[in-house]
Design a protein around this ligand. Structure first.
Ligand SMILES: [Zn+2]
Length: 173
């Protein structure tokens, strides 16, 4: 399982693997190397923790990485902003010609009925927005937090931008 560093460091973070005794169960468990993103040759060392009760491992990603997606967070944010501004203000910058496949897949996922429903359930009580992905994204960005903050908050609620992972759900929920 993968979490971003800010999620791991937040005060509310608990071991995500369901078991009764959740105190201090995550032991340091070395690192592994992975590519910084899908188009990069640079490698990043990812620290791991091992839950001593379940034997499951947790990978702690740098904040610019998205769990389960080889797509850097700033690239996702940039692409999503473009999707939302294009219709309204005749996009001034031409889209970057390269490497848009993954961001496009991420946007498509974000626009899926399942994502909209899940995120609307979470954010809908806090701010109104139309039943469209652009409205949802713009409303999320207006909360004042950075995308990193929003990702951290979603993770604590057992949700994420692009998919809710069952194993992310904190115990007791
Ligand atoms: Zn544990």
């Amino acid at each position: 399982m993968q979490v971003r560093l800010s999620t791991f460091r937040s005060a509310q973070f608990r071991c995500p693997f369901n078991h009764d005794d959740a105190e201090d169960c995550l032991l340091k468990h070395g690192t592994y190397m992975r590519y910084a993103d899908a188009h990069s040759n640079s490698m990043v060392a990812i620290p791991r923790r091992l839950c001593k009760f379940t034997g499951k491992t947790l990978s702690i990603l740098p904040d610019e990485m998205l769990p389960y997606w080889q797509l850097p967070v700033p690239q996702l944010e940039d692409h999503f902003q473009r999707q939302c501004s294009a219709a309204e203000e005749q996009s001034e910058q031409p889209p970057k010609p390269t490497n848009t496949e993954l961001p496009q897949r991420a946007w498509k996922r974000f626009c899926s009925a399942a994502r909209l429903q899940s995120l609307t359930e979470y954010f809908g009580q806090r701010f109104p927005f139309g039943e469209c992905p652009k409205g949802l994204w713009q409303a999320m960005m207006r909360t004042g937090g950075t995308l990193s903050d929003i990702l951290c908050e979603l993770a604590q609620a057992g949700k994420s931008l692009l998919g809710d992972y069952r194993c992310l759900r904190p115990s007791g929920m």
